[in-house]
Design a protein around this ligand. Structure first.
Ligand SMILES: [Zn+2]
Length: 107
């Protein structure tokens, strides 16, 4: 307990970055057009994900340090969601494009 070893630390500059904002700095962004709007899609490499997220595609947890996809509607960044890469690509395939049976003649 010697007081002479205590140095004033108020000179240290601290950059305040919230954990969740850190992955914003990695710029792997792309724009995807979906039926319900324009999405900004960002591929997250595992090293930048530092907490588990729940994937809305399969309702499973994406473990920490797992590469995954973050996507949100262009105008609504606060609504961004974290997806497994595979679930996000499945989502694109799920588009209901088949409408041809509705007016098809019956035989
Ligand atoms: Zn998933």
């Amino acid at each position: 307990m010697s007081p002479r070893k205590m140095k004033p630390k108020n000179k240290v500059k601290r950059v305040n970055i919230a954990d969740d904002e850190r992955d914003i700095t990695t710029s792997n962004e792309s724009i995807e057009e979906h039926d319900d709007g324009i999405y900004v899609v960002r591929k997250i490499s595992g090293s930048t994900s530092n907490k588990p997220y729940r994937c809305p595609g399969c309702d499973q947890i994406i473990p920490m340090a797992t590469p995954h996809t973050v996507a949100w509607l262009e105008h609504d960044q606060s609504g961004r969601r974290h997806w497994h890469n595979i679930c996000w690509s499945k989502r694109n395939l799920r588009k209901p494009k088949v409408e041809r049976t509705r007016n098809a003649p019956r035989y």
